[in-house]
Ligand binder design. Sequence first.
Ligand code: FAD
Ligand code: 2HG
Ligand code: ZN
Length: 470
Amino acid sequence: MNPTEFPQRLVQALGPDTVLTAADDIAPWLSDWRGLYRGNAQAVVRPRRTEDVAQCLALCQQEGVPVVPRGGNTGMCGGATPDQGAANVVLSLDRMNQVRSIDTIANTMVAEAGCILGNLRRAADEAGRLLPLSLAAEDSCQIGGNVSTNAGGVNVVRYGMTRELVLGIEAVLPTGEIFHGLRTLRKDNTGYDLKQLLIGAEGTLGVITAVALRLFPRTGVRSVVLAAVQSPRQALQLLQLVYEQCGPRLQAYEFFTGECLELVLAHAQGVQNPFAQRYPGYVLIELADTADETALNALLESVVGDALERELCLDAAVSASLAQLQAMWKLREEISESLRAEGPHLKHDISLPIERIPDFMESAEARLRQSHGDVRPFIFGHFGDGNLHYNLSRPAGAPREWAAEHGAAVTDVVLDEVNRYGGSISAEHGIGQLKRDHFLHSKNPLELRLMRDIKRLLDPAGILNPGKLL
Ligand code: FAD
Ligand code: 2HG
Ligand code: ZN
């Protein structure tokens, strides 16, 4: 086929407004948020309807054209970036951005895959409900991307991962067939739960076009404390106390080291250290409830009082207003952007059995000190659910290429420790192209065989997001 023939067929089938073919128009769709990857494509398709997605995939399957689904492009592993092949088609869901329904009796929302997560959270709020999936990228990422990566975020400790929020899915299979699984039922034990295969599949099994989500009572009353801690071990003891005393009101339990706070203070705008001195680590704890602000504040004061008395933290700053609450959250949420501003670094999105986090951190640090003593750790994460972002920046003064040269050896040390402590090499960001080799080594042969069989069954021509995950 000559190079313009296939794009022209897409244009004929879907209309010129839906298909971008000029190199300049395609260029912005070829790289990832971290700036790690850059690929090629012969066209970018931006459908408005599920039927258009189906038509696009059917045409691509006929000609064996690789398709890369794309959401908000905030993924950390290059999953939405095409490879170097000139034949790729990027399929963006950004124009499928309608909320189809909100049901405040069943407490469900049905939304198209291209809806921005923050917009869905606001739509739920306006209806008096909570969509609890929350992450710093929520004003850029799309719900289809969230479901495809099984995103986590800051409220997993209370509401679970995205998978636990999904009731139904509409998707297009690589064959062009539409999978009509957009049910909102809470109970449905009719055979295999096929939608689960699409959740966390990173666009390798189907293109999600709409999702049905669970909603919760709006937790309009919130209270936050930033607690300074001596160590991860102290953070763990504090977690036990907070959990025992606050139970389901515990909405977020986030950890970051003193180095992370310094980084944010150096790079982010409009941030302030609430403490007069520096501490080794910090825990941001949010309690939330549907009503009775006075009772919630009293609970927080009492937990903080107990924690200080039992020496489970070194210091604590409690939010006295919404502005203070937001300012404390900003210190946590700006870490990722500040790291990006600092330059290339190695990300390890790992999870561990929570009680083993302190031992893991001590052991990993000791090994890294021996092998790469000058590497700069920036460790933070969703401590309450066992997820650490174990990020390592190049030594001070080292060139930007440092990670390319030493990264593999450093990552081997970290992931070896993760394995020793019974953890996972990918907690919430997924595999994409970044972690494919580590992923293939981390799974046992039976798991890999089953995954490959499923891939072959749903995508016999192997056109959907090739080179990602498997
Ligand atoms: P993309 O990056 O566009 O795509 C991600 C993957 O999903 C790709 O493999 C792509 O092919 C596939 N995909 C996208 N849409 C579809 C679809 N409709 N159908 C099929 N496949 C599709 N992640 C967390 O889990 N927790 C966090 O706390 C968190 N914080 C972040 C903070 C910042 C500042 C940034 C930049 C990122 C953060 N992330 C976090 C990572 C990222 O936001 C999530 O992985 C998010 O779910 C990706 O959504 P997206 O729409 O940007 O997907
Ligand atoms: C977060 O929790 C994100 O802020 C990003 O998952 C983590 O940048 C990272 O490593
Ligand atoms: Zn995270």
